[in-house]
Design a protein around this ligand. Structure first.
Ligand SMILES: Nc1ncnc2c1ncn2[C@@H]1O[C@H](COP(=O)(O)OP(=O)(O)OP(=O)(O)O)[C@@H](O)[C@H]1O
Length: 277
């Protein structure tokens, strides 16, 4: 672990905020009671995420990545342990709209234009039309969708639809962005492009991002911290503090430093993997 290098490259705001983690999880567990008996989705999870961190959850299918993200978002209730989001319970954080959530599928309403999809949470919040229009324009520009406001979702490519769903999550102006495999269904080239854009967006806005993925290069390219999970029960196998510079381009994937972090993630995945699956 290279905490010194990590702090050295953090912005001043990120350093100040390190006093209190954005997400603080202690001894958290979650067991689903099913007809086939209990499923131990999460067991004994300890994790701290600081402001400005980009944290990826990676691990084999069923290791609890989505469940952990949903616990942070107050979409699942833990059965044991403690979790605080911005010093509050996940429920309080949700009610205060402390986070934006991006799902695996873009989930845009086909009968609304892209701009109207991005505006939807702002309508629900009751923002006046002028502020709404400003926020829609600002966030569509952030995800490079300027000029596509009047299009309908089906007129856009999969990658553009996913960018629109990111703009919708950003429109509520959360400091925390929770993303569940947002690029999983896209081809490699589009995914590379969106990884690059997401990285730039994160660097520009200094948001805290929690990101679920199955892809080692994606996790290593995007993250300041990589959490490797393993299944049955779902638990943390390794937490890797990346010492790659915060300013990166996709070329970094060819460097020995990148390959070293990727190797450690791969070793963690192998060790925690059951080949009976
Ligand atoms: N609502 C539920 N009821 C019962 N079991 C559930 C429920 N949600 C998830 N599980 C189980 O909890 C475990 C963790 O699931 P989860 O979806 O969090 O894994 P994951 O790592 O995100 O998997 P994937 O990579 O396939 O999306 C799995 O065994 C899953 O079947």
């Amino acid at each position: 672990m290279n905490t010194a290098a990590h702090l050295h490259t953090a912005t001043p705001q990120a350093r100040d905020a390190r006093a209190r983690p954005v997400i603080d999880i202690e001894k958290l567990s979650l067991t689903f009671e099913t007809n086939d008996g209990p499923v131990h989705a999460l067991s004994n999870i300890d994790l701290k995420i600081d402001e400005g961190d980009f944290v990826s959850f990676i691990g084999p299918s069923g290791c609890g990545k989505t469940t952990l993200l949903r616990v942070i978002a107050d979409l699942e209730q833990p059965t044991g342990g403690r979790i605080a989001v911005n010093g509050m319970s996940p429920e309080e954080a949700r009610l205060k709209r402390a986070y934006g959530y991006v799902f695996q599928a873009a989930a845009l309403y086909p009968w609304r234009t892209i701009a109207d999809n991005v505006a939807l949470p702002l309508e629900i919040m009751g923002l006046d039309p002028k502020e709404r229009a400003e926020r829609v324009a600002r966030n569509m520009e952030l995800v490079n969708l300027k000029g596509f406001e009047k299009k309908y979702p089906w007129q856009l490519s999969g990658g553009m639809q996913q960018r629109a769903s990111i703009a919708r999550a950003l429109a509520v102006e959360p400091k925390l962005l929770l993303m569940d495999e947002p690029f999983g269904a896209l081809d490699e080239i589009v995914r590379d492009h969106l990884n690059d854009q997401l990285h730039q967006l994160w660097a520009k806005t200094n948001k805290t991002v929690v990101f679920v993925t199955h892809s080692i290069p994606e996790a290593v390219y995007l993250s300041t911290k990589i959490v490797v999970l393993c299944p049955r029960p779902g638990r943390i196998y390794d937490v890797i503090e990346s010492d790659l510079p915060r300013a990166r381009t996709l070329d970094i994937r060819e460097t020995p430093e990148f390959l070293k972090v990727a190797h450690r993630v791969r070793e963690g995945l192998k060790a925690g993997h059951s080949y009976e699956d």
